[in-house]
Design a protein around this ligand. Sequence first.
Ligand code: NAD
Length: 328
Amino acid sequence: MDRIEAEKRVQELTALLNEYGHAYYVRDNPLVPDSVYDRKLQELLAIEAEYPDLVFPDSPTQRVGGEILPGFTKVVHEFPMLSLSNAFNEEDIRDFDRRVQAGAGKDITYICELKIDGLAVSLKYDNGAFSQGATRGDGTVGEDITSNLKTIHAIPLKLAEPVTIEVRGEAYMPKRSFMRLNELRDENGEEPFANPRNAAAGSLRQLDPKIAASRNLSVFIYGVGGDGSAYGQDSHSDSLDYLASLGFETNSSSKRCKSIEEVIDYIESWQQRRQDLDYEIDGIVIKVDGYEDQEQLGFTAKSPRWATAYKFPAEEVHSRLLDIELSV
Ligand code: NAD
């Protein structure tokens, strides 16, 4: 592809991905399956890697998430809520491992976690009391959804210790609640939600907390916002134990892995068993466990260098989106 063709394709892909992103992040109603979005984003990344002068500020490769819905109070995140780089196959995972080992200059212990397919939330506690909850938004500014989050039983209103802390997690809708909700919507002549992720996001981004309260949502907390070591832990795995001791619901399937082979085994085993879970996962998050190592690796503008998200291959998708998958 020469430069003129590349510039034209960059413009096409940017317009298309921004349209898809708006439907997904702002309206919680995707136009295409994730696999279609991901393939086009990878194509854009590949062109941008070849022609770095074609990386424009409005490129979806440079931005996190979407805009704030009108009616919500804005919350400026004390620590940015970033995205994750993606891996789609074993080669990508091994490349990630090589980059990490080179950056850290030593062997690394990883921690693998299920990638819960929901909506990222940030929860703030002042002296142990839940004070504010927000969406990720564009990573810098999110929406204040405190009243909606208070309706989720898995979110403690008071912690076991009077700490002031910000935590990050994924709010989600269990598969059974999702099916029940869509049955009800069908009975009422309403458009069904495309998937549990969009149903969870659509439920939490409502101004009336009664809607969230009726939707049987839950949450897994997967980390501390900002400097995890500020609470006396040396590693992410220790922080997860600490968060559980404070009363947060953490996911018990996380595993420390001493080599990339162990990481790959973990991924393969969950890829086969993911249907058994009563919530949806769309991949596995691989994180460097040690905080010192994380600090040394740092961040890009959009994501940490010490973590990546392996995305499972697309499954048979829900009917409405499948039609689009076949035709795009
Ligand atoms: P991402 O979903 O790939 O990864 C980041 C998110 O993973 C975090 O914000 C967090 O919410 C979540 N997460 C879940 N479990 C986690 C754990 N254990 N530890 C850490 N994080 C965890 O990135 P993204 O920027 O949110 O969005 C990209 C995703 O959205 C892609 O999957 C893409 O396919 C999809 N998308 C789809 C469309 C569409 O039209 N279908 C449009 C835009 C984006």
